[in-house]
Design a binder for this molecule. Structure first.
Ligand code: NAP
Ligand code: MN
Length: 267
């Protein structure tokens, strides 16, 4: 069985050791290690933490190949195995003894004049002002105007991202088998000038959120953060956020259970 494997790894010492060991083991069973990522690989291995996994997904544009994460000393929510489980992983992989967990993404579409920009998040998209300014946003759901938001920002999380920044903001943990987006206000001001929900709301995957920045003030820049990557836009007409068809497939083994993983990381 000549499988083509690409390894994406961070710079840590334990990662380097794990990568050396893995390469030896894969070489022994005749797998080909592809040094430069290309679309016709059979398997993508990410060695590091969740941050490394997210970096790989953005660098390789959300590949459709099966992905296995090896956790080297981080929180490791996406990462399925520990470095001491390489033999189990190889056995299970070569015996087709795994399932693929499909993780959908949230997409943010920016319209500015006749220009369009698009960014995806596996965890989330955050809309905020640059620096420490507050942001003023008119928010509609499914085309109906809902609220005039003012505060630090609004975070829109996927179920997979519900355990990340979303959770730190008091958002709910969502089982990734549900296709919903969670919209969480960050430090909303509720005054006679602005009024918005104070808790998270959940939207079904076929409904989108439209956001028009309130440009009546002197600040016209909006900052979007997707999985920790920042971009800034001036003079935006509209932002639309929704569930995307773009998804990735994480390899999971027999003993994977989302809620057990949550418990092991948080409780
Ligand atoms: P980072 O600032 O180094 O990571 C923040 C922490 O979040 C790390 O411990 C990371 O795990 C963990 N993490 C990432 N995705 C997760 C998930 N789906 N479930 C549970 N924990 C998760 O940045 P990063 O490593 O590049 O990760 C980017 C993510 O950081 C963003 O998508 C955002 O969700 C999160 N973040 C959180 C806060 C906050 O909680 N206040 C603030 C900013 C950003 P590893 O240690 O395994 O990398
Ligand atoms: Mn990290």
């Amino acid at each position: 069985m000549n499988k083509r494997v690409h390894i994406f790894a961070n710079e840590s010492e334990s990662t380097k050791q794990t990568e050396i060991q893995l390469k030896k083991k894969l070489d022994k069973i005749g797998f080909e290690i592809v040094p430069n990522y290309c679309d016709d690989i059979d398997l993508l291995v990410c060695i590091g933490g969740d941050g490394t996994f997210l970096e790989a997904m953005h660098r390789y544009n959300f590949p459709s190949v099966p992905i296995i994460g090896i956790n080297t000393g981080h929180l490791g929510f996406f990462q399925e195995i520990a470095p001491n489980m390489l033999d189990d992983f190889i056995f299970n992989y070569t015996h087709d003894n795994y399932t693929l967990q499909k993780l959908g993404t949230v997409v943010v579409k920016v319209k500015r004049g006749d220009e369009f920009f698009e960014h995806h998040g596996i965890n989330e998209v955050l809309i905020k002002a640059p620096l420490a300014y507050s942001v003023h946003l008119n928010i509609s759901i499914g085309g109906s105007f809902i609220e005039r938001f003012s505060g630090d920002g609004v975070l829109i999380a996927t179920p997979a991202g519900s355990t990340a920044h979303n959770y730190s903001l008091g958002g709910s943990i969502v089982d990734p088998r549900l296709e919903v987006l969670q919209v969480t206000p960050i430090a909303p001001m509720n005054t006679t000038a602005y009024r918005s929900f104070t808790s998270s709301i959940l939207l079904p995957s076929d409904l989108s959120l439209q956001v028009t920045p309130d440009m009546t003030d002197s600040r016209k820049t909006i900052c979007l953060v997707y999985d920790g990557f920042n971009v800034e836009y001036d003079d935006i007409d509209e932002i639309e956020i929704g569930f995307s068809d773009v998804s990735v497939n994480l390899m999971r083994f027999d003993n994977y259970d989302f809620w057990r993983k949550v418990k092991s990381k948080f409780l």
